[in-house]
Design a protein around this ligand. Structure first.
Ligand SMILES: [Zn+2]
Ligand SMILES: [Zn+2]
Length: 165
């Protein structure tokens, strides 16, 4: 996390536009304490980046995470958090309950992909799409490309609905 631009000590949690030298607007990232002390108005909350969200989630390893084990490769969710990558293609399904909230949380930072209009879904094709999307999602998570993962998760959900599974 970035340090506050004013005190340089506390973690910056707010963003504020100020007039800097020469009357040019500058964006400061400040802590709540400094914002209050200086009476800064018009602050907006700093959104953690996708990477930070995941880093944070990875740091918080609970007992529950040690007990959540992928039936495919035997990797625990705690290991996934440490390594940041899945062990096998089944991991996503195995860790879905835990991955879901993570992915949902970063979704705010991801531009929304609209529903593709098309003809009625063909179940066989949808099933194939589900398989492909699962593989792509796995790749995205392995590559720590969580924005892509969130996007693919969306597509996967829709494809699964179309496939009737
Ligand atoms: Zn400060
Ligand atoms: Zn696995």
């Amino acid at each position: 996390m970035k340090k506050c631009d004013i005190c340089g000590v506390r973690e910056a949690t707010l963003k504020v536009r100020q007039l800097g030298e020469g009357g040019k607007p500058v964006e400061l990232e400040v802590c709540a304490e400094c914002a209050r002390e200086r009476g800064l108005t018009g602050t907006t909350e700093l959104k953690p980046t996708v990477a930070e969200e995941f880093a944070r989630a990875r740091r918080g390893v609970g007992q529950e995470d040690e007990q959540l084990v992928c039936t495919g490769c035997g990797m625990t969710f705690a290991e996934f958090k440490r390594l940041g990558r899945l062990g096998c293609a089944d991991c996503y399904a195995g860790f879905q309950d835990k991955l879901e909230p993570l992915i949902r949380r970063v979704q705010g930072a991801v531009r929304h992909v609209g529903r593709t209009p098309g003809r009625g879904p063909d179940a066989a094709r949808a099933k194939l799409a589900v398989r492909q999307l699962r593989a792509e999602l796995d790749q995205a998570i392995k590559g720590e490309d969580y924005e892509r993962a969130a996007d693919l998760r969306d597509k996967l959900n829709r494809a699964e609905k179309d496939a009737g599974s």
